[in-house]
Design a protein around this ligand. Structure first.
Ligand code: FAD
Ligand code: NDP
Length: 574
């Protein structure tokens, strides 16, 4: 069931004939203490049977034996990393720091509209960085409004200029791209701006922008090719619609925008577009933020709705050229025969992302992928089914798609491979934040999963609404910010879920994640003295259990959405 690919100059295979087999076995036992075959020798040195050979291959002694007797190194590099994003850069730099000869291949296939970018992967170019900066642009708009209440006076009407924002953000990203190139050079990592695909075991073909091909071999490979946005698969989607890959460098203001999808990317983009003053609708197929605590998700959505974002619980189709053009969207509900029609300047598709694993020659070397989603199953040491090939980051099957996770996995992998470390990446209790206008930070389990895993009767859920001090003077959204802590009664009220919806939730959640890693309990939380006046101090005040709170303070009125499903979408140019 195991495959071991070896690069050797020549192989001598001896077949044991049936009649003299026993006598050969006797000699083998005498020489090697091993009766069975395969029985592997390299240049006269006995290696052993199948398992011993695989083990020798994994610890590198086999390659040394194969290389001995000649001056030629068996491979060009110790390690080739495919993909220069969050995970790939971290892994390659760490391996080079540990004295290894490393190459990174990174290449961005342009979007259907021709958008492309530099070194650094999704996070830096079309993900976390431009997203958070545009979120900040939206927050500043709100701060400007608040500022009048704090005494600031300005006469002109405040307007937002999309082109100025994009130029400033893209300049910053350009400086990051440059910084990555410099740091690879400093660490003596060879960087090639070329598309890599395996053509045979231990060997890749690299094709650059001009179509020139080069070939490179390595003892080990790390796959870190990330994901790209998925399209709807309807006529015109690639021609007329954009994705997050186009949005952050869009040379014109997107205008009235429809966002299709209802998870991280969709809600974050819808949030900042509305925040800079655009007319934004979100087309929701089922629920908001699948996988997250649904009470928190609905509250984040409700806040967006009260701040002008429209939620269309239905559908999509397309519409007119221009910068921006005009698009007509027609969609049919999955529930019944309702038809939705609307006109927009921009349709932003944010319905998930596909792993970049199907066009990199994995079939040529036998690396298995999950055919359903294209993701790569790995061991808890990020090793694929082909022992010399590892994978990290967004392409992993069943793991989290977050930058710090990819970085941590990449660094730890390099240390295990080249520094004798045994520390593995811990994918449990990873904190995250959705940068919706009202940020939602969490760590640990959503309430739904906690109930499933522990049983409702074994949980205590503490929660509270809070009003950040900064919001009081401008009289902003009372009774909107919310914190919730889910505790396991069977384990001394250990905190197994932390959720906070409020300004700077990302900053707040990070510290609680460390505390949860250390075994935080409700009692310890109560004993922790807060920093006043902050939003984070509220965590020590989430003293009311669910029942008490609903009856005494809040009245239990949750904003609710009616859900309709998408069955078909079409987008046409008007
Ligand atoms: P990537 O960073 O995607 O890098 C892969 C690289 O490999 C790319 O440069 C790609 O072009 C290249 N490549 C692919 N195939 C080949 C090939 N055959 N040859 C050569 N090169 C190749 N995460 C957070 O933690 N916080 C956030 O706030 C956040 N916001 C996000 C916002 C958006 C809009 C998106 C889309 C994602 C966001 N993420 C966020 C997720 C984060 O960006 C990813 O988890 C992270 O970038 C994954 O890193 P990676 O190394 O796996 O892949
Ligand atoms: P997700 O896979 O998380 O969500 C896809 C969304 O699109 C869901 O709401 C889904 O609805 C909807 N959808 C899927 N197909 C259709 C369709 N045909 N029509 C309409 N809606 C559809 O993808 P994202 O791109 O939002 O995020 C990818 C990953 O990137 C995240 O998991 C996250 O790890 C990372 N990320 C992290 C961020 C952060 O840390 N702040 C920010 C952005 C991304 P349904 O629920 O019905 O399936």
């Amino acid at each position: 069931s195991k495959t071991c690919f070896l690069h050797v100059k020549s192989i001598k295979i001896s077949f044991i004939k049936k009649d003299d087999g026993p006598s050969i076995q006797e000699v083998l036992v005498e020489m090697t203490n091993q009766r069975t075959v395969p029985n592997v020798f390299v240049n006269g040195t006995h290696v052993g049977g199948c398992d011993a050979t695989l083990q020798a291959y994994q610890n590198g002694s086999l390659q040394k034996l194969l290389g001995s007797g000649t001056d030629v190194k068996p491979y060009d590099y110790d390690l080739i990393v495919i993909g220069g994003g969050s995970g790939g850069l971290a892994c390659s730099k760490e391996a080079a720091t540990l004295g290894k000869k490393v190459m990174v291949l990174d290449y961005v296939v342009p979007t259907p509209l021709g958008t492309s970018w530099g070194l650094g992967g999704t996070c830096v170019n079309v993900g976390c960085i431009p997203k958070k900066l545009m979120h900040q642009a939206a927050l500043l708009g709100q701060a400007l409004k608040d500022s009048r209440k704090f005494g600031w006076q300005y006469d002109e009407q405040v307007k937002h200029n999309w082109e100025t924002m994009v130029e400033a953000i893209q300049n910053y990203i350009g400086s990051l791209n440059w910084g990555y190139r410099v740091s690879l050079r400093e660490k003596t990592v060879t960087y090639l701006n070329a598309y890599a695909e395996f053509i045979e075991p231990h060997k890749v073909k690299a094709t650059n922008r001009k179509g020139q091909e080069t070939y490179h071999t390595a003892e080990r490979f790390v796959l870190a090719t990330g994901e790209r946005p998925r399209y709807l698969g309807i006529p015109g989607d690639k021609e007329y619609c954009i994705t997050s890959d186009d949005l952050f460098s869009l040379p014109y203001c997107p205008g009235k925008t429809l966002v299709v999808g209802a998870s991280y990317v969709a809600l974050e983009c819808a949030g900042f577009l509305a925040g800079i003053g655009l007319d934004v609708s979100v087309m929701v197929r089922s629920i908001l933020l699948r996988g997250f605590d649904q009470e928190m998700a609905e509250r984040a959505g409700a806040h967006m709705e009260t701040h002008g974002v429209k939620f269309i619980r239905k559908f999509i189709e397309r519409l007119e050229e221009g910068m921006p053009g005009r698009l007509k969207v027609v969609a049919r509900s999955t529930e019944g025969s309702d038809i939705f029609e609307g006109e927009y300047n921009t349709v932003l598709i944010a319905i998930g992302r596909d792993a970049c694993t199907r066009n990199i020659g994995l079939d040529k070397i036998g690396v298995r992928i999950n055919e359903k989603n294209g993701k790569i199953p790995v061991s808890d040491e990020e090793q694929t089914n082909v022992p010399y090939v590892y994978a990290i980051g967004d392409i992993l099957d069943g793991k989290l798609e977050l930058t710090p996770v990819a970085i941590q996995a990449g660094r730890l992998l390099a240390r295990r491979l080249y520094a004798g470390s045994s520390i593995k990446c811990d994918y449990v209790n990873v904190p995250t934040t959705v940068f919706t206008p009202l940020e939602y930070g969490c760590c640990g389990l959503p309430e739904e999963r906690a109930v499933k895993e522990y049983g409702e009767h074994n949980l205590e859920v503490y929660h509270t609404l809070f009003w950040p001090l900064e919001w009081t003077v401008p009289n902003r959204d009372n009774n909107t910010c919310y914190a919730k802590i889910i505790c396991n009664k069977l384990a001394n009220n250990r905190v197994i879920g932390f959720h906070v919806l409020g300004p700077n939730a990302g900053e707040i959640t990070q510290g609680f994640a460390a505390a949860i890693k250390c075994g935080l309990t409700k009692e310890l939380l109560n004993e922790t003295i807060g920093i006043h006046p902050t939003s984070a101090e509220v965590s020590g005040e989430t003293g009311a259990s669910r029942q008490e709170f609903i009856t005494t303070e809040w009245g239990g009125k949750l904003p609710t959405y009616k859900t309709r499903l998408l069955s078909s979408i079409s987008v046409i140019l008007l």
